[in-house]
Design a protein around this ligand. Structure first.
Ligand SMILES: Cc1ncc(COP(=O)(O)O)c(C=O)c1O
Length: 481
């Protein structure tokens, strides 16, 4: 006998009524964020509520769940919706992206492939992203991912297989053992996801070269040349160089054109990590910094960073999509689709099989902003970073640590010369965060502990910059007493 229909089956009326309430709660949450502390620690009782609860035996009503989410989840944000959140690289969600998230969930496709709205919209969105940053985009030359970490795995796997095939063997078939180690070049400022990808792909952490940087934290291309020559002489197999278009520490953009020259000379795959900063090419006067981006074989670009697409959404763009397909395509018999067309399924270009409908929120966000809205968001936030740099330079108690190229300002609090500044600057982000009036994070830059403020929020104002510097001063006082 079949069990009766489950009590939690779709009830359109219940969802309509509760969904309307949810929409009001969501709008109220976003509208109210700026008036609340940027971030506060989750109180112990709330943490216990969130962590320790048990799966209920009987299913609960939608209305109850909404009430729990309203009272126990929404009051404890990470902070990145607030205009004075300057931490890491986390943007506020674009309202159009928020609007369509429930639609994507209701639609609930797998965007592995097939003939439904998801994959078709993904083609358009990938093309839009490539066009926005002037990356040469052959039809189907990219796919959306969970974020740049996964995009990087895809691009480096494509590079690895291309190098192996060029040398007359197949890395997928044979594995890497017994072959000359493949070497990846990234700068000392390259993102950790490049190292993780290399490790995951079996290249070995010791075969990732940390190329030194110049005073502006950009790749020293002379050093890159020397390292490649040394590795070739030692019988290794240089296969890929990864430049950064916007490092996470200071927003530096590597000399991409010069790197492209070295890649062309040695037949290296040229990857660009533009996860955060590729969109910076749109800022007034910024294009010369990005010269050479259009010569890359692959580009990682995160719509969930500067664009504000709700997390998670990354993108891998490929000059030759066939290279990613050669690295990943494996179509089991139950998935053969005679109508898939020349490009096949998205699942053939990366490790994910079932893929969420990331294209809808990306399409909505980009359409809502339009090209001019995206450009003014980039200009506004890049301008804030430059203004903060100027304020830092005008203040006797602050020191600028790097030129501003994108929308990150790297600096340091220096109330006095001499010792103790590393300890002080390491403690400042936590102390600022705890006060709740601003949120910034720290890093190490050029051997020193540094503060970095990343601007992504369209509502941040110049006044917020003054608040940030004052908050740092006040927080530092609490640390010294
Ligand atoms: C420059 C850069 N590259 C790569 C990444 C990794 O991106 P994701 O967190 O989307 O995987 C980040 C994340 O902050 C980043 O800033």
């Amino acid at each position: 006998m079949i069990d009766p229909r489950p009590a939690n089956g779709t009830d359109g009326e219940d969802l309509r009524v509760t969904g309307a309430k949810a929409a009001t709660i969501v709008a109220g949450h976003l509208a109210g964020l700026a008036a609340r502390p940027v971030w506060q620690p989750v109180p112990a009782a709330e943490r216990a509520w969130l962590t320790d609860q048990q799966l209920p035996e009987a299913g609960r009503a939608l209305d109850d769940l909404l009430e729990d989410a309203r009272t126990h989840v929404l009051p404890h944000p990470m902070g990145n919706g607030h205009p004075r959140f300057f931490g890491w690289v986390n943007s506020p969600p674009n309202p159009a992206g928020v609007l369509v998230e429930p639609l994507a969930a209701a639609f609930n496709p797998s965007c592995a492939g097939g003939d439904h709205a998801g994959p078709h919209l993904e083609r358009a969105v990938v093309r839009w992203l490539a066009e926005l940053v002037a990356f040469p985009h052959p039809p189907g030359g990219g796919l959306l991912t969970s974020g740049a970490s996964m995009a990087t795995v895809i691009c480096l796997a494509a590079a690895r297989q291309r190098a192996a095939l060029a040398d007359g063997w197949d890395a997928r078939e044979e594995g890497l053992s017994g072959r000359p180690p493949m070497v990846l070049y990234v700068t000392e400022e390259g993102h950790s996801c490049l190292h993780k990808a290399a490790q995951l792909l079996g290249l070995g952490a010791r075969h990732v070269r940390a190329v030194p940087v110049d005073a502006a934290y950009r790749m020293d291309v002379g050093a890159l040349r020397a390292m490649v020559a040394e590795d070739l002489a030692a019988g290794l197999r240089p296969f890929c160089v990864a430049g950064s278009a916007g490092t996470v520490n200071s927003g530096a953009v590597d000399p991409l054109g010069e790197i492209a020259d070295v890649a062309a000379e040695h037949g290296l795959w040229f990857h660009v990590d533009g996860a955060y900063g590729a969109l910076g090419i749109l800022a007034d006067g910024a294009a010369p910094h990005y010269a050479g981006l259009d010569r890359a074989d692959s580009l990682a670009l995160d719509p969930h960073k500067w664009l504000g697409v709700p997390v998670g959404c990354g993108c891998a763009l490929l000059r030759d999509p066939g290279a990613a397909r050669a690295a990943f395509s494996l179509v089991p018999s139950y998935l053969i689709d005679d109508n898939a067309g020349e490009l096949g399924w998205f699942a053939e270009y990366g490790p994910e099989q079932t893929r969420p409908f990331r294209a809808l929120k990306t399409w909505a966000t980009m359409s809502h902003l339009g090209r001019s809205g995206i450009t003014s968001l980039v200009n506004h936030t890049a301008g804030l970073a430059r203004r903060l740099a100027a304020m830092v330079e005008e203040s006797a108690d602050f020191e600028l640590l790097a030129p501003v190229t994108t929308s990150i300002t790297a600096f340091r609090y220096r109330p006095h010369p001499g010792d103790g500044l590393d300890t002080l600057n390491r403690a400042i982000p936590g102390a600022v965060q705890a006060r709740g009036n601003a949120f910034l994070t720290g890093t190490r830059l050029g051997g020193s502990d540094a503060l970095r403020a990343c601007f992504l929020h369209p509502d941040t104002t110049e006044h917020d910059l003054a608040v940030l510097l004052d908050e740092i001063r006040l927080a530092a006082k609490t640390l010294r007493t």
